[in-house]
Design a protein around this ligand. Structure first.
Ligand SMILES: [Zn+2]
Length: 163
């Protein structure tokens, strides 16, 4: 197991669309287990490949009873709305209130390349959406109005200098 360094805003890889995962081999399985370890060590509930500096469409999550690996993720259906705090390991977990759909259906491949669909509600749906966004080069702060976005970035920078 290897703990990876978490890539932080404003690294370019975080705002680039990831490349598709094409090879489902032992290396990918290992990468995913390292990503889980890194996520747990950082006390996160999801981690996408761009967050460890890899421009790949891949994420892992363990949130609200849903633990999965998603390669080439897509959100195929959303329903309703929820509003609540959200944060990101790449933005120092500085929270901001954000509206998202209440439920989301994810379509992705597992570490062996098998396609699956999974529906989630509430917090886990939020994780599906947040992590799929990462694979598309979108950060949660990109959904915020400009002033609130700048506030989160300022707070993150301030906390970073204290670390
Ligand atoms: Zn994130």
């Amino acid at each position: 197991m290897t703990l990876m360094r978490i890539t932080e805003y404003p690294a370019a890889v975080l705002s680039e669309r990831g490349k598709p995962v094409k090879t489902f081999d032992e290396k990918l399985v290992e990468l995913c287990s390292d990503m889980f370890e890194t996520m747990y060590a950082a006390e996160g509930v999801g981690l996408a490949a761009p967050q460890i500096g890899l421009g790949l469409r891949l994420f892992v999550m363990d949130c609200d009873g849903i633990k999965l690996i998603a390669a080439n993720p897509e959100i195929i259906e959303v329903e309703g709305e929820q509003t609540g705090p959200e944060g990101c390991l790449s933005v120092g977990k500085v929270p901001a209130v954000l509206s998202r759909p209440f439920a989301a259906t994810l379509r992705a491949q597992d570490e062996h390349g098998n396609w699956f669909e999974r529906r989630a509600e509430g917090y886990a749906a939020r994780a599906f959406l947040h992590e799929t966004d990462h694979c598309n080069g979108i950060l949660f702060i990109d959904h915020l109005p400009r002033l609130r976005r700048e506030m989160v970035i300022r707070k993150f920078r301030k906390e970073k200098t204290r670390r």
